[in-house]
Design a protein around this ligand. Sequence first.
Ligand code: MD6
Ligand code: FE
Length: 199
Amino acid sequence: MAEGAVLLRGFARSFETDVIADIGAIVAQAPFRHMVTPGGHSMSVAMTNCGGAGWVTDRTGYRYDANDPAAGKPWPAMPASFRALAGLAAAEAGFADFSPDACLINRYQPGARMSLHQDRDERDLGAPIVSVSLGLPAIFLFGGLKRSDKPQRYRLEHGDIAVWGGPARLNFHGVAPLADGEHVLMGRQRINLTFRKAR
Ligand code: MD6
Ligand code: FE
């Protein structure tokens, strides 16, 4: 997609059985919820997390938190299938020894979207981000280092993984409103896993 940003088509397909089962177990412990932005808007994407640090937003701002604020206890542990997949994808994209401590799980139902943003809440911007798409296809908007840079559009399908870091680590990006449909394994939704080294 750009220097430092690689799209690995279908890379997660061979992991899908374990990964989908593990998502179910995480969501049973830490259900999807619509978080509120500092500006007071409820996000159309529903979120949960696993791993030692979970990304959260509320009226006070964005942060990583070891605890699920809704439950007052730690986020579920990161499953072995997630760690293996993220590490292999990062290595394939040229980032060796990626060991994420955070996995944000995003659920898009038809109409849900994510506006252009930068991922800049992580302490270590030297580590890449590994982003796994499951379920319904989505149009991923990938811009430049300035919000005003016109984004390119990529259709991300079930099993595709985007890895980015290095010179692309702070590029603006977002997701266009999800079109309705039915996916054979995932039903009427798109799930995105984003792995990061947060701390
Ligand atoms: C999504 N992804 O694909 C939202 N961020 O649902 C992201 O915000 C994202 O895919 C950083 C790197 C890769 C991503
Ligand atoms: Fe992002």
